[in-house]
Design a protein around this ligand. Structure first.
Ligand code: GLU
Length: 485
């Protein structure tokens, strides 16, 4: 492998569904790999066994794939630096722990959570930024044995010496950290499992990761990781910490903002093409002023130095706008497949028919969920009238328009062309004396049950004469009933 080959990775913990912010991190890494001809690795960080679930790993993988993000090495496809699941790499962590132990750079810590918490509270009370006091660093062998004989299982801490850690972040520029503020930190938990900072360094080094692109919330971990790289004799990778995805109140996007996971967006009828475009574009991470970009345009416009430099505020309204644009642009087959993936019984029955209808309605929706109702217009005999539609249909002028329309329709042989539609409307206009809203709204309300939707011409051309007449009759009955009261 060439020494300067770009290798990036996305390293989710399988403790829940894919957060939109994490999807953005994955996308940035993917865009960078695809732009530079580098390698994109998926690594599952599942050493927190109390919170990690295999089921979440499967969901993460499915969601990434659904978004159109693929990887070159990963737990499902393998690769030259596997395994790609941390729970299967315990031997490597053990080997590197031995190296640190032999070099005298780590020590066992017997403090319990309660003791550490008490220490923390005391420091806070004294106005000191809390960090580990180093209490167990100087225990004698005899003291250690006594604590072990009490049944205490030690965690392993890394010794942090006084000094500065310098980082030249691709997004933040130079950042200096004073190690005084860090304190000896845990690299192996008392359960024997590696802590995040240790496992991530061993893995990134062994997997030859050249650039770590991740959220700014990890910036404070980076000096610890750099210290470990140095202690283990590894060259640290480059780092790029991007800004986090924020809610409208500019705090990190979280549950209280409503939508937080990609799966929720999927359930709400957003298509993956719109989601990836939106999360790549938001916060000015792509160069140029173009808002809607194809995948290859996105790759071309991506610059890791700019990615996430500014805060990115998640605006659902803007995403809805983008979704509507994508629904218009995407081929009908793709739109239908996305809709079918949401799970519907209808699709299984008449996919062919639905594929004819999708082009008629996809310009009128902003989410896939709206398709269901619009399909009804073309597949059901009756439509349900909305309150507003009922109100329109109760007007005398509407009854007149519909009566004229019914008789004009009856004389038409094959009412299915654009010309026939135009001729019919002209005739109804002439005979009823109405035009504009007074003419079109009752027709729309009668044929669709709604006040807005697909163009009337499309409805006219795609419904048989009987259905058109039947709906007009039902609308007129509604009017008759209301005059009886
Ligand atoms: N497992 C960590 C997370 O999900 C990875 C962080 C990193 O990229 O180093 O936050």
């Amino acid at each position: 492998m060439p020494a300067n080959k770009i290798r990036v990775r996305f390293a989710p913990s399988p403790t829940g569904k894919l957060h939109v912010g994490n999807a953005r991190t994955a996308l940035f890494n993917w865009l960078h790999a695809r732009k530079t001809g580098g390698t994109f690795i998926l690594r599952i960080e599942d050493t927190d066994i109390s919170r990690s679930l295999r089921h979440y790993e499967t969901t993460l993988i499915d969601t990434l794939r659904w978004l159109g993000i693929d990887w070159d090495e990963g737990p499902d496809i393998g690769g030259p630096f596997g395994p790609y699941r941390q729970s299967e790499r315990i031997e490597s962590y053990r080997a590197y722990l031995k190296k640190l132990t032999d070099a005298g750079l780590v020590y066992p810590c017997y403090c319990t959570d309660e003791e550490l918490n008490a220490e923390r509270q005391q420091m806070l009370a004294r106005g000191i930024a809390p960090r580990y006091s180093g209490k167990c660093r100087s225990l004698t062998e005899a003291q250690r044995q006594r604590l072990e004989s009490e049944g205490r299982k030690p965690a392993i801490r890394f010794k942090v010496e006084r000094g500065m850690v310098r980082l030249n972040d691709l997004i933040h520029g130079p950042v200096n950290f004073n190690t005084n503020l860090i304190g000896d930190f845990i690299i192996v938990r008392s359960t024997g499992l590696p802590a995040y900072n240790f496992a991530v360094v061993v893995d990134d080094a062994l997997m030859k990761v050249s650039l770590v692109i991740r959220g700014e919330d990890h910036l404070s971990n980076t000096p610890r990781q750099i210290l470990l790289y140095e202690a283990l004799g590894f060259k640290p990778p480059q780092f790029a910490h991007h800004g986090l995805l924020l809610g409208a109140d500019r705090s990190k996007l979280s549950k209280r903002h409503g939508v937080t996971t990609v799966e929720q967006l999927k359930e709400q009828g957003f298509v993956p093409e719109a989601i990836t475009n939106y999360i790549a574009w938001i916060g000015g991470s792509l160069s140029g002023s173009q808002e809607i970009l194809s995948t290859s345009e996105m790759i071309g416009a991506f610059d890791v130095r700019k990615a996430g430099k500014n805060a990115a505020v998640f605006d659902l309204a803007k995403l809805k706008w983008m979704n509507a644009k994508y629904l218009k642009r995407l081929p009908p087959e793709t739109v239908l497949d996305h809709w079918l993936a949401l799970g519907t019984e209808r699709g299984l029955l008449d996919k062919k028919r639905l594929l004819q209808i999708v082009p008629l309605v996809k310009d009128n929706i902003e989410n896939l969920g709206q398709l269901e109702e619009l399909f009804d217009i073309f597949t059901e005999k009756n439509v349900a009238f909305s309150m507003e539609a009922e109100e329109v249909l109760r007007a005398d002028s509407s009854a007149k328009v519909l009566k004229v329309m019914a008789s004009a329709l009856q004389t038409l042989d094959a009412p299915r062309s654009k010309d026939a539609y135009n001729a019919l409307i002209k005739e109804v206009k002439r005979m009823s004396g109405y035009s504009g809203k007074k003419l079109f709204l009752p027709i729309r309300a009668a044929l669709t049950g709604e006040m807005a939707g697909p163009e009337l011409e499309k409805i006219f051309c795609n419904l048989d004469k009987d259905t058109l007449l039947h709906r007009i009759e039902r609308a007129l009955e509604l009017k008759d009933r209301s005059s009886d009261i």
